[in-house]
Design a protein around this ligand. Structure first.
Ligand code: OSB
Ligand code: MG
Length: 376
């Protein structure tokens, strides 16, 4: 049984190497919420992927901090755990706050992998030795800048290019990109920027041979995505809408999508991510691992998850240097010229943390401790 002695929460302020723009806004600096668990002399890490603003999801760094501190942290410290898989039941009484839950649960999985002396990927049920990588390219200041970015990423070896899009940065852009690169694997992500009345525009993208269109409609919708999918040939991929395994079941059953993006933070932790992966695999729906501009800690968790058999499409998990001047782990995450990341084979996450750098970047911290057991 696992007993947690202390939970250390910290917030880091980290400037992105390049600003990242989606249909909901531009991010230049990330507020990073890290969880460190202390247990029997071991140290395990998790990253809560909530953003500064409630734009991608309804959580923020501040709500996640509050919920971890006041609700989830105390539950974790009071309990004996079998592993990360014990967390969903423990946290069940708290509704929502899935990114906060994932930050803690994923750290417990890391701890368990260290205790068992196995790679985190193996503990999760992973089988892949290498994972295929794609990139998500934000909306740029000009089409020319976008073309340069794509050129750079293709030269680096990435296997799939995903373009962020929105009305006004869509059809013309796809046309330009396809003219220059007729055969690359290309997809787009609208982050809910369209409505069902845009069906003709979206159907028109059929000529660009997109691998998928990610989350075109409302962030909380299955029904209208199902109406849309029936009217277009390109597969819809859901991101924001899929909160858990049941959502995946419903979306697949309604044919709201033909592909699913799994983000471990969005679904509340590794246990639920495996659940989504399993129901999708059983129904022949390919999945891939999404990203949330993570540091190396969240990134190492994404790599481990991506090693599961159903992750058959290139994910958004890419090299550290695309995001950070200096990542907080070592070695940093590297992508080969074939566009692959090697899954670590050492115990736990497989990447060491740079404690000095983390200290330097920390702007807020708090420690929660287990109540000392009463001595007889
Ligand atoms: O919708 O996948 C998304 C980043 C922040 C919020 C939402 C999304 C993204 C990305 C970037 O697409 C993925 C990454 O490179 O980490
Ligand atoms: Mg997305």
């Amino acid at each position: 049984m696992i007993q947690i002695d202390a939970i250390h929460l910290r917030e880091l302020q980290m400037p992105l190497a390049h600003p990242f723009e989606t249909s909901f806004g531009r991010t230049t600096t990330r507020r990073i919420l890290l969880v460190e668990l202390e247990s029997e002399g071991l140290s395990a890490w998790g990253e809560c992927v909530a953003g500064e603003h409630p734009y991608f999801s309804d959580e923020t760094v501040d709500t996640a901090w509050l919920i971890m501190e006041s609700e989830l942290g105390p539950k974790l410290l009071e309990s004996e755990l079998e592993g990360g898989g014990s967390c969903p039941k423990l946290f069940k009484q708290v509704r929502g706050h899935r990114m906060a839950k994932a930050g803690l649960e994923n750290a417990v999985w890391d701890l368990d992998a260290q205790r068992e002396n196995v790679p985190l990927a193996q503990l999760l049920g992973g089988i892949r030795k290498k994972i295929p990588c794609g990139v998500s390219i934000g909306i740029q200041d000009s089409p020319e800048l976008l073309m340069e970015k794509i050129e750079t990423e293709l030269s680096a070896g990435y296997q799939r290019i995903k373009l962020k899009c929105k009305p006004g940065w869509d059809t013309g852009i796809f046309e330009m990109v396809r003219k220059r690169w007729p055969d690359i694997t290309l997809s787009c992500d609208a982050n809910s920027a369209y409505r069902l009345t845009d069906v003709d525009t979206i159907a028109g993208w059929g000529e660009f041979n997109l691998l998928m269109i990610e989350q075109p409609l409302w962030y909380d919708d299955f029904y209208f995505h199902s109406m849309l999918q029936k009217q277009i040939n390109t597969p819809v991929c859901l991101d924001e809408s899929i909160r858990n395994r049941r959502d995946a079941l419903a979306a697949i059953d309604m044919e709201s999508c033909r592909i699913i993006n799994i983000k471990v933070g969005r679904v509340g932790g590794f246990s639920e991510a495996i659940g989504v992966h399993n129901v999708a695999s059983e129904r022949g729906i390919p999945v891939w691992c999404g990203g949330m501009l993570e540091t190396g800690i969240g990134r190492s968790h994404n790599i481990a998850l991506s090693s599961l058999p159903g992750f058959s499409l290139p994910g958004d998990v890419s090299a550290s240097k695309r995001y950070w001047a200096e990542d907080i782990i070592e070695p940093e995450v590297k992508v080969s010229s074939e566009g692959e990341i090697v899954v670590p084979t050492t115990a736990g996450r497989g990447f060491a943390v740079k404690r000095d750098l983390i200290e330097k970047l920390t702007v807020r911290r708090q420690t929660l401790r287990a109540r000392a057991s009463v001595m007889a």
